[in-house]
Design a protein around this ligand. Structure first.
Ligand SMILES: Cc1cc2nc3c(=O)[nH]c(=O)nc-3n(C[C@H](O)[C@H](O)[C@H](O)COP(=O)(O)OP(=O)(O)OC[C@H]3O[C@@H](n4cnc5c(N)ncnc54)[C@H](O)[C@@H]3O)c2cc1C
Length: 261
């Protein structure tokens, strides 16, 4: 028989794991699906200065603590990519690689991923290494020339980090030609929502973010959204955690017979 959950949360970033803490504490059977590593995008940050109460904590340490908390309370974790969501009577089915899971409600918490280079620039990069994280991969190019693509704050941070490692750091903009001697290309041209699975299931805006207000309710009853993949102005840890709390508490009420107003 298929395992049936009260809530399946897609994505174990700070939003998804906080949602799990709230839903599991309200007595619900919760599964979190994560395609990569629990913690999400903050795993690449060495130092967080604005997380209340723990200035300077690393992303990896914060993620470890939140995961341990959610697990100790009874949330189940599974490393698998959610590939499809479909309605099954009053419930939902989530297809995750080799398994089909059943659930009464879903929280979408897939966050964002780095925007890819243009087709032209990717062709120009040829066989050179392409990275989206200087902190993760910069050391591989110690003493070698590299290039950073992008013009925002992330690009500035990536440049500052690489200047301490590489022999030369070129800075180019979207669609500029890549300097010949650069051995690696660090791409920092923004982020896009990881919401492909929600297409045709919930309303997305023109950029692909899941449309929802502060109550985190999507256009589809039974499905909530939390964190950076939601339409909002400030995408930060604290707002991801806040969404997680709201979505987790709301979903528990919904399952307990609360009305979808
Ligand atoms: C380098 C960097 C530094 C930052 N520094 C700060 C900071 O100092 N302070 C601050 O407040 N914020 C910071 N941020 C922003 C902060 O990290 C995000 O706002 C926050 O982590 C978003 O959390 P989230 O849970 O919404 O999404 P994410 O962290 O993006 O997590 C989403 C998760 O969902 C998973 N996923 C996606 N699709 C699927 C699928 N189909 N199936 C299963 N799993 C899936 C992903 O693998 C990912 O783990 C930083 C971000 C970056 C990139």
């Amino acid at each position: 028989m298929r395992e049936r959950y009260d809530v399946i949360i897609i994505g174990a970033g700070i939003a998804g794991m906080t949602a799990a803490i709230y839903a599991v504490r309200a007595g619900k059977k919760v599964l979190i699906l994560e395609s990569r590593a629990e913690g999400g995008q903050i795993l690449t940050s060495n130092k967080i200065e604005n997380w209340p109460g723990e200035p300077g904590i690393s992303g990896a340490e914060l993620a470890r603590k939140v995961k341990e908390q959610a697990k100790a309370l009874g949330a189940e974790f599974k490393v698998a990519t959610a590939e499809e969501i479909e309605k099954a009577g009053a419930d939902w089915r989530v297809v995750a690689e080799d398994e089909t899971l059943e659930t009464r409600a879903i929280i979408l918490a897939m966050g964002t991923k780095p925007r890819k280079m243009s087709v032209k620039q990717t062709a120009d990069a040829g066989k050179r290494a392409i990275s989206y994280c200087a902190t993760c991969d910069g050391a591989l190019y110690k003493g070698k020339p590299v290039v950073v693509v992008g013009s925002g704050n992330t690009a500035k941070h990536e440049m500052a980090y690489l200047q301490g490692v590489a022999s030369k750091v070129y800075h180019i903009h979207h669609d500029d030609p890549i300097p010949e001697d650069a051995v690696a290309v660090f791409v920092a041209i923004g982020r896009v929502p990881s919401t492909e699975i929600g297409r045709g299931v919930v309303k997305l805006d023109e950029e692909g973010y899941v449309v929802a207000g502060e109550d985190c309710r999507t256009s589809t009853p039974g499905i909530w959204v939390a964190g950076d993949c939601r339409t909002k102005n400030l995408r930060q840890l604290i707002t991801a955690a806040a969404d997680g709390a709201i979505a987790g508490a709301e979903v528990a009420m919904y399952i307990g017979g609360g009305r979808w107003a």
